[in-house]
Design a protein around this ligand. Structure first.
Ligand SMILES: Cc1ncc(COP(=O)(O)O)c(C=O)c1O
Length: 455
């Protein structure tokens, strides 16, 4: 008997035959208010298409693709079958000095939808690992070409690049950095691009702020280009409140990186795989970086996997020296894991069959944008932002209690059968790309109801 679980919830769960935890003591939950959660747990049991069902059998509409990852919707048959088949055929293959065919197949498939000239794919197991892989690749690339002084890594204020030491160092989320000591030395940060005074309620890309990219020129003047390896940005910052790049901003960053020999890394962990209306945001915004970091939608969230997609010339720079030597001393036991590769291939098949990678540039995205912007004027709302199938609704925080108001809206939505996400006092939406108009109506009306009764 689990004393932590509310008896009514237990009864409801038993009635629908759900498995419920026998104890909630041992599991230390990630990025969660553990004590609060365990007092009133939100337990998911099942998923299909646009929906989850909780352990009590209640249907919950998923407006965040799980956690920005289930782009094709839940439990898609091709993906499930691919994983099942692979699990029965071969559980694991060592990835160092060995390989298996599906790793090559998936890499080819990813390269085929990546920007032209980005044909090399290195596998990791999460966005965080892929970020740190990209940062190490950038350092090693300069060194292998005889520019080993280029060691400084630049990120951006309000950037989120996962939780490993490299990622938090170039990241700009104070809450994720301040607890963990010095992390990686030698980083610096551009300003973020959020400028509500000029850009509030922009539809799509905000008009003002390309000049924020000139911060890179300032950092070059400060540190000298010969000491800078790379700059990493999310094309759209998701985890710090859906910040869409101002018109011309990414282009300007690209120009400055090219001018100074600095590698440009796009962290496309959330923007990759169709979120912005093209396979990658690099294509949507017409800016080709040197490295793309991706994860999440790569396997539709079904098996953990991340990847770095590199320009051919970056890879080729490593392919010198004696052929029996390892060119890049980096990799994970589970890089290119057979189950992840099978899931990735099944995922890319599903995206292709249903044209999902471009769906967020069509009518449904326009309908979504209109829905999200119809929230303007509701209580507490101070800004609305959107791009493709991403939406952000920023609320005025409660004085002295940041995040509390948005979290109360999240809880209200959950009670109403809708899963959203909050970051700070912003409500974030990133639904599966299979979303239909009726779902969008439901998402918007549920949030509207929650806002109208929020304290
Ligand atoms: C932009 C970005 N980079 C990196 C990560 C980290 O990915 P993971 O949680 O798979 O390590 C995330 C996760 O949300 C992300 O949004």
């Amino acid at each position: 008997m689990n004393k932590a679980l509310d008896p009514a919830l237990m009864q409801a769960a038993e009635a629908v035959g759900s498995q419920i935890p026998t104890s909630m003591e041992a599991y230390w939950m990630p990025f969660t208010a553990n004590r609060q959660f365990k007092k009133a747990p939100r337990l998911l049991a099942r998923a299909s298409g646009m929906h989850y069902w909780d352990v009590a059998g209640r249907e919950v509409l998923d407006a965040v693709a799980g956690l920005w990852c289930v782009n094709a919707g839940h439990n898609r048959p091709r993906i499930t079958a691919a994983i099942q088949q692979q699990a029965a055929e071969m559980d694991f293959a060592p990835p160092f000095q060995m390989a298996h065919p599906k790793a090559f197949e998936l890499a080819e498939r990813v390269a085929a939808i990546a920007p032209a000239g980005m044909g090399k794919v290195f596998f990791a197991n999460s966005g965080s690992e892929a970020v740190d892989t990209a940062l190490k690749m950038a350092l090693a690339y300069h060194r292998v070409r005889g520019e080993g002084t280029r060691t400084r890594l630049l990120g951006r204020d309000r950037g989120y690049h996962g939780v490993n030491f490299g990622g938090i160092s170039v990241g700009g989320m104070v809450g994720n950095r301040k607890t963990f000591g010095l992390a990686v030395a030698g980083t610096d940060h551009l300003r973020h691009t959020h400028d509500p005074a000029r850009n509030a309620y922009s539809q799509g890309q905000p008009a003002h702020g390309a000049d924020f990219a000139d911060d890179l020129a300032k950092l070059v003047a400060m540190h000298d280009a010969s000491n800078i390896a790379a700059v990493i940005v999310e094309p759209i910052a998701g985890s710090t409140g859906v910040l869409v790049p101002p018109v011309g901003y990414l282009q300007r960053l690209r120009e400055l990186c090219t001018q100074h020999g600095i590698l440009l890394i796009f962290d496309e962990v959330i923007t990759g795989f169709g979120r912005t209306g093209q396979p990658f945001a690099a294509q949507t915004f017409g800016v080709t970086p040197d490295l793309i970091v991706c994860a999440k939608g790569l396997t539709n969230g079904a098996v953990p996997m991340g990847a770095v997609i590199a320009k051919n010339e970056i890879h080729d720079a490593f392919m010198t020296g004696a052929e029996h030597l390892i060119e890049f001393p980096h990799g994970y036991t589970y890089s290119g894991h057979p189950l992840a590769c099978a899931a990735g291939i099944g995922t890319l098949d599903t995206y292709a069959e249903e044209n999902l990678l471009t769906r967020a540039s069509g009518d449904i995205a326009a309908y979504f944008a209109a829905g999200v912007h119809s929230i303007k004027g509701e209580p507490h709302v101070i800004d609305v932002r959107n791009f493709g199938l991403v939406g952000g609704i920023e609320l005025q925080g409660i004085a002295g209690e940041p995040t509390k108001r948005a979290f109360s809206v999240f809880l209200d939505c959950w009670e109403q059968g809708l899963l959203i996400r909050t970051t700070g006092d912003t409500l974030a939406l990133s639904p599966p790309l299979i979303i239909e108009r009726a779902h969008i109506d439901r998402v918007i009306e549920t949030i509207r109801t929650a806002l109208r009764r929020a304290a």
